[in-house]
Write a protein that binds this ligand. Structure first.
Ligand SMILES: Cc1cc2nc3c(=O)[nH]c(=O)nc-3n(C[C@H](O)[C@H](O)[C@H](O)COP(=O)(O)OP(=O)(O)OC[C@H]3O[C@@H](n4cnc5c(N)ncnc54)[C@H](O)[C@@H]3O)c2cc1C
Length: 460
């Protein structure tokens, strides 16, 4: 590989949803971009996933919506069930409507569009091994090419989009970026795509994604049932990491046997994966580097959806990289703007939902049945958090809820306490520091809110 270009404006590691979007928008501006992925080209996009994505992101990025072979089916909204299935919250708004996609076809399209936008070099079967440093600035990536040769790819900025298992984040010198993600902040998922004849079994609620909260059948996570088309579904569950050895058993007993009530079926695909379900990293940037998508924990903590935020972050990172390169300043100070964009947009929503997630994970099925049936947390409120990151429940509605919840005052008090903390955290995120100097004070305030919720959880 003697003619290989080794010097770029930007090297993007990982050609998933985050990396292809980041590479595409940097290349579109005429900068030189190298995109690498450990997979071979034909496998780019293939990922164990629920395959659901809302339609907003395509307008936000001004790119084509999924169609033809990329599109499995259209979705009107989401249905969330209480454990006893007596209460169903139906969420129908533009944020919930969207698509079930064919992940491989979708990924291939995003890759091709990035290459068409002018990515200078795409290296498949290429593994990022380490970060290159000049003093305390990242200045490229050490990689192993498909022929086994190890080379240095130098760049002004590195964008790490290599997913939850990124090794590069662990190599960052500054302590601002977390190296490890706590076990309590990730969910282990397992899912199958099951095909059957519509004569034998009907797809349930074929225009909605269905989510069932159940602490016994899916401890710490939820069960999902997503339509794929008229004769197949994507069904699975997410659980606490501690259930590692048992996740398939839980799936087989509690999910497959409940939903696939026919002996004539074909399992098209099986597999598991890990989703981070917390607020984004404290800092998604450092000198010469930005982290996007799962590598930066940019996944909705409530439902584990990460396609939309990873693409959003890809655009933000691209815009910040373009400005930094124009101004010839690749320091954290200059890249901080990326943090600001992430934290004051979906980061605000995710920090707030992260608190909600922590509390939901410790509620019993009895609490969940009670709380959902009495609208202690309603569909409107879930939508409100999704659009504003906070809750502005009026006094009248709180009093109404208080009467409805009179038989479980502790649960009501806990939920009210949670609401206050969610608003607190969303205000902090909306006021994310505009430069790194005042970040430590801000972080301390955020930690205080988290500690309050952790203390409440311990005292339950
Ligand atoms: C079971 C499951 C179900 C999910 N369901 C949904 C859903 O329905 N909807 C939704 O929105 N989200 C869902 N998610 C989350 C979603 O899949 C991710 O958030 C999203 O794909 C993040 O994209 P990414 O580009 O950050 O990372 P990835 O898609 O993981 O891409 C990372 C890329 O980097 C490459 N790579 C990794 N390491 C290296 C290396 N060292 N060198 C070079 N290349 C490397 C990989 O090959 C890969 O192509 C689900 C996740 C799981 C686990």
């Amino acid at each position: 590989m003697e003619n290989l270009q080794k010097l770029f404006d930007v090297v993007v590691v990982g050609a998933g949803t985050a990396g292809t979007i980041a590479a595409r928008f940097v290349a579109k501006k005429g900068l030189s971009v190298c995109l690498i992925d450990r997979k071979q080209t034909s496998q780019i996009g293939d990922k164990i996933c629920g395959d659901a994505v809302g339609n907003e992101i395509f307008d936000f990025l001004n790119i084509n919506h999924p169609k033809n072979e990329e599109l499995s089916c259209l979705i009107k909204g989401a249905k969330i069930y209480s454990p006893n299935l007596k209460k169903c919250i139906t969420l129908v708004d533009p944020k919930q409507a969207g698509y079930i996609i064919n992940r491989l076809e979708f990924g291939q399209r995003l890759l091709n569009e990035a290459l068409d936008a002018g990515v200078a070099q795409f290296l498949d079967n290429t593994l990022a091994l380490d970060l290159l440093y000049t003093n305390d600035h990242v200045t490229g990536v050490k990689v192993r090419l498909k022929n086994g040769e190890k080379i240095d790819l130098k760049s002004k900025i590195v964008i790490d989009a290599s997913g939850y298992n990124t090794q590069l984040r662990k190599k960052v010198k500054s302590s601002l970026v977390e190296k490890e993600i706590s076990k309590q902040d990730v969910i282990l998922c397992y899912r199958e795509i099951v095909k059957f004849s519509p004569k034998d079994l009907q797809v349930k609620d074929s225009e909605y994604i269905t989510i069932i909260l159940d602490q016994e059948k899916a401890p710490g996570g939820y069960i999902w049932y997503f339509p794929k088309n008229e004769s197949s579904v994507n069904i699975g569950l997410g659980v606490f990491m501690d259930y590692g050895g048992k996740v398939k058993e839980l799936y087989r007993q509690n999910i497959f046997n409940n939903f696939i009530k026919t002996s004539k079926f074909e399992i098209i695909s099986t597999g598991g994966g890990i989703a981070p379900v917390r607020r984004p990293l404290w800092s998604c940037a450092d000198n010469g580097i930005m982290f996007v998508g799962d590598a930066a924990c940019q996944v909705n903590p409530l439902h584990g959806g990460g396609i939309d935020p990873s693409m959003r972050a890809g655009l933000h990172a691209a815009n910040t990289a373009i400005r930094a390169i124009e101004d010839e300043d690749h320091s954290l100070n200059k890249l901080w703007d990326y943090n600001y964009k992430v934290m004051t947009s979906f980061g605000t929503e995710f920090a707030s939902l992260d608190l909600l997630r922590r509390v939901l994970q410790v509620l019993s099925n009895e609490d969940l049945n009670f709380g959902l049936e009495r609208d202690l947390l309603s569909g409107e409120e879930i939508l409100e958090i999704s659009s504003t990151g906070g809750l502005n429940t009026s006094l009248i509605s709180m009093v109404t809820k208080a009467f409805k919840g009179i038989s479980r005052p502790n649960l009501l008090l806990d939920l009210n306490y949670l609401r206050i903390r969610m608003n607190e955290i969303s205000n902090l995120y909306k006021n994310f520091p505009q430069n790194p100097d005042i970040f430590p004070d801000w972080k301390q305030k955020v930690l205080e809110v988290y500690n309050k919720i952790e203390r409440m959880i311990i005292n339950k």
